[in-house]
Design a protein around this ligand. Structure first.
Ligand code: GDP
Ligand code: MG
Length: 371
C-alpha cells in the first residue's frame, strides 16, 4: 500500500508538519512527525489544507521507458552475456582471470587491463564475442534479479573436480533454473591428482543437471584455470549455446541496459559499469538509472579505451551520473533533462517512502513484541 511520512507530506505541500499533525489530531489520531500515514489519509489532509491532489501512478512516470515487450524490431544477432557461478574456492575468479587474459577482444593481451566489472573475449574458433560479467558470486546475480534485471544469457557453473558438488553449487543451480538460464558446467582443477570429474557428473545428476555423457543436454567441459587447459573449448561451447539461444537485439534505438556495479570515484566522480542490452549508448546521452540521472560525459571500454559509443552486449564504464546508481538498476536514455528529472525525483520519493514504511513496519512489530 502507498504511504507517506508526515514530514514528507508537509514538505510537498510546503506546509508545516505541526499543522499536519494538528489536522490529524482533530480527526482523533495522535502522530509524530516521522509517522507514516496511508495515501487516502494524506489526500484528505492535503485537501483540507486547501491543496489539490494528483496521485501519480508509477505507470505514468515510467511510461515507455522500457518497451521490453515489443521486441519486434530486434533482428540483429548479439553476443551472449555469461555469469560464472559456483561454490567458494572452486575457481570462479581464477577462471575469469584466465579467460580475460586468454583472448582479450582487442588483442592487447599482456597490457594493463583496467577492471571494469565486465569484459568481452573472442572465442578463437568462431571468432565470436562473449561478454563475461566479472562479479562472480550469487550476490550480484541475486541483486540483479531482485531488481527485475535480466542480464545473463548463460551461467557457467564452476565445480572443482577434487571437491564436487557443494552447497553453493546447488544454490547456483537453483538460481539458474529459477531464472530460466541454461547452464554450462566447467569442471575445474582437472590438473589436480585427486580430480574426480566423473564423480562431479554423478553428483550433478542428483540435482537434475544431466550432462551429455549421461544422456542429458547440459554441456560440460573439463578445465584447469591454473594451467589454462581447455579454455578455448569452454569458449566454443558458450558460443555454440548462444547460437542455439538465437539472441537478438536492435542497436538502432536509444540505449537500455543494466548497472553491473557503481562507485563514487575520487577523481572521476560517480562511475557506473553498465551492460548495454539494446540500442546504442553515446556520449552526450541523457540517462537515468534507479534514482540517479546524468549526461554521459565519457565512455570507457573494458580495455580502458575512451569510446564514443557502446552497442548491445557491450560492457562500458559510464561517467557523468550525478550520483552512483545501484547494481541491478536499469539504465535508460531519455529525451531531455526535464524527463530525466521527473523520473528520478519520482523514484527517489518512492525510495524514501518505502524506507519509511519499512521502518515504521519494524517499529510496529517491535511494539508488538514488547507488549
Ligand atoms: P573462487 O572462490 O571460486 O573465486 O575461487 P578462486 O579462483 O579464488 O580459487 C580458489 C583456489 O583454487 C585458489 O587458490 C586458486 O589458485 C585455486 N585454483 C583455481 N583454479 C584452479 C585450477 O584449475 N587448478 C588448481 N590446482 N587450483 C586452482
Ligand atoms: Mg572469487
Amino acid at each position: 500500500p502507498e504511504a507517506i511520512t508526515i514530514q514528507e507530506l508537509a514538505n510537498r505541500m510546503s506546509e508545516r508538519a505541526v499543522d499536519v499533525i494538528r489536522m490529524l489530531m482533530k480527526q482523533g489520531a495522535m502522530h509524530k512527525i516521522t509517522d507514516v500515514i496511508d495515501a487516502d489519509t494524506a489526500q484528505l489532509i492535503a485537501e483540507e489544507l486547501g491543496h489539490s491532489v494528483k496521485r501519480v501512478a508509477a505507470s505514468d512516470v515510467e511510461e515507455g521507458l522500457f518497451d521490453q515487450v515489443d521486441d519486434s524490431t530486434d533482428t540483429e544477432t548479439r553476443s551472449p552475456v555469461v555469469t560464472v557461478m559456483g561454490h567458494v574456492d572452486h575457481g570462479k575468479t581464477s577462471l575469469l582471470d584466465a579467460l580475460r587474459h586468454a583472448n582479450v577482444v582487442s588483442g592487447e593481451a599482456g597490457g594493463i587491463t583496467q577492471h571494469i566489472g565486465a569484459y568481452q573475449v573472442l572465442s578463437p574458433e568462431s571468432g565470436k564475442k562473449i561478454t563475461f560479467i566479472d562479479t562472480p558470486g550469487h550476490a550480484a546475480f541475486t541483486a540483479m534479479r531482485a531488481r527485475g534485471a535480466k542480464v545473463t544469457d548463460i551461467v557457467v557453473l564452476v565445480v572443482a573436480a577434487d571437491d564436487g558438488v557443494m552447497p553453493q553449487t546447488v544454490e547456483a543451480i537453483n538460481h539458474a533454473k529459477a531464472a530460466g538460464v541454461p547452464i554450462i558446467v566447467a569442471i575445474n582443477k582437472i590438473d589436480k591428482p585427486d580430480a574426480k570429474p566423473e564423480r562431479v557428473r554423478t553428483e550433478l545428476l542428483q540435482h537434475e543437471v544431466q550432462v551429455e555423457s549421461f544422456g542429458g543436454e547440459v554441456v560440460d567441459v573439463e578445465v584447469s584455470a591454473k594451467n589454462k587447459t581447455n579454455l578455448d573449448k569452454l569458449l566454443e561451447m558458450i558460443a555454440l549455446q548462444a547460437e542455439i539461444l538465437d539472441l537478438k537485439t536492435n542497436s538502432e534505438r536509444p540505449a537500455e541496459g543494466t548497472v553491473i556495479e557503481a562507485k563514487l570515484d575520487r577523481g572521476r566522480g560517480p562511475v557506473a559499469t553498465v551492460l548495454v542490452q539494446r540500442g546504442t549508448l553515446r556520449v552526450g546521452d541523457i540517462i537515468v538509472a534507479g534514482a540517479e540521472m546524468g549526461r554521459v560525459r565519457a565512455l570507457i571500454s573494458d580495455q580502458g579505451d575512451t569510446v564514443q559509443e557502446a552497442g548491445p552486449s557491450v560492457p562500458v564504464e559510464v561517467l557523468g551520473f550525478n550520483g552512483p546508481p545501484e547494481a541491478g538498476d536499469r539504465l535508460a536514455v531519455v529525451e531531455n533533462e526535464a524527463r530525466a528529472r521527473q523520473i528520478t525525483s519520482y523514484r527517489a520519493h518512492q525510495k524514501r517512502e518505502n524506507a519509511a514504511a519499512s521502518i515504521s513496519g519494524m517499529r510496529g512489530s517491535l511494539e508488538q513484541m514488547m507488549s
